[in-house]
Write a protein that binds this ligand. Structure first.
Ligand code: SF4
Length: 356
């Protein structure tokens, strides 16, 4: 794994992005922002799942007006996602937004951008310059349509045209994202961009698709970049409950060893020896441990093994701190390979949690 890229550090509320700070996890709410009760309830669920920064869509004045009330009821920084109308950004900054996301694809008038940058500077909050495939500036567009490599260059060219306006105003609390909906272009764009500036990067593959498709695309795209040492904050975009985005982000980060979020579950793939519904048992355990922060004394992840049979189970998983291997009607719980208890299948998850 490559050394992490050295980036400027920016502050989003109480969360630092870039520099030496850990790669943070973001998600986005999926209800109308003007529905304060609905948004707050979704953010509370996301907080419990481990979301560290939340973004909300600002479609109109009603959404911008709701920011103050939402902020009072949540514990993580709030990012306001602005398209088309720079006035909405100004309203959100006044209402206490911790960060603004602007899309260079649809806020292009220099005077408007300058106004937002000046307001953000006064409020001491950062701005994400969030490009996607549709954000490419018109003069760079012709090269972009035919060739993926050209699209990545066009994204970077458009980003720098925008960044110049910010830097001319001596504003450097910038975060960059260059999301295309295909993995190769996204990875190419971030890799190139990382050679030309030290602004922190927000990673993601945009419109990545359904839960299954999105997880594969995001894991490859975000994972490849993180292994290259690129990336300071991530959002996994899924057409699914946003809590799933946070769980997926945690799994990507812990699989690479960049962060640890409580116990790691190791489960066997099952085979003809398995006589229980192992998939459901693992899923139930995973959900029960979503908000669990238990770690080993050295800070490393606690390993829990869930094995489909007793024949190979405890032996195969003797490195696990805690585990269970199932027979036909019961399971044996073991610690570091030593059997400590036999439980009925229906009580297996409850007993594992008790032992934990
Ligand atoms: S632990 Fe048992 S059930 Fe699971 S893959 Fe190995 S042999 Fe098959």
């Amino acid at each position: 794994m490559a050394e992490r890229r050295k980036t400027r550090q920016v502050k989003v509320g109480g969360v630092r992005i870039g520099g030496e700070s850990p790669v943070s996890i973001q998600s986005m709410t999926k209800v109308a922002t003007s529905d304060v009760k609905g948004v707050v309830s979704q953010i509370k669920r996301l907080e419990r799942a481990g979301c560290e920064i939340i973004r909300v869509a600002i479609k109109g004045l009603d959404d911008a007006k709701a920011i103050g009330a939402i902020k009072k009821n949540i514990n993580i920084p709030i990012v306001c996602d602005i398209h088309f109308d720079h006035e909405l950004a100004l309203k959100c900054i006044k209402a206490g937004a911790d960060k603004i996301r602007l899309n260079p694809g649809n806020i292009r008038k220099k005077a408007d951008i300058v106004e937002v940058v000046k307001a953000a500077k006064k409020a001491r909050i950062p701005i994400r310059i969030g490009l996607n495939s549709g954000s490419v500036f018109a003069r760079l567009q012709p090269q972009a349509v035919n060739h993926k490599v050209d699209l990545s260059s066009a994204l970077i060219g458009s980003a720098f045209a925008y960044i110049k306006i910010f830097e001319d105003l001596d504003f450097r609390d910038i975060i960059i994202s260059l999301k295309a909906s295909d993995v190769a272009t996204t990875v190419e764009a971030y890799r190139k961009m990382s050679q030309f500036c030290d602004y922190p990067m927000h990673l993601g593959v945009t419109a990545s698709g359904s839960y299954d498709q999105g997880i594969v695309k995001s894991s490859i795209g975000i994972g490849a970049l993180l292994l290259d040492g690129i990336g300071d904050t991530i959002r996994v975009s899924l057409t699914a409950d946003p809590v799933e985005e946070v769980i997926a982000a945690k799994r990507i980060l812990s699989s690479i060893g960049l962060r640890s979020f409580g116990p790691e579950i190791i489960s066997c793939p099952t085979c003809g020896r398995c006589q229980v519904d192992l998939g459901s048992i693992v899923k139930e355990l995973e959900y029960s441990l979503t908000a669990c922060n238990l770690k080993l004394k050295n800070g490393g992840p606690l390993k829990i093994a869930v094995m489909g049979c007793e024949v190979n189970g405890p032996g195969e998983a003797k490195d696990a701190d805690l585990g269970i291997a199932f027979g036909k009607a019961s399971g044996v719980i073991f610690k570091k390979g030593k059997i400590v208890k036999t439980v009925e299948i229906k009580n297996a998850v409850k007993e594992l949690l008790r032992q934990l």
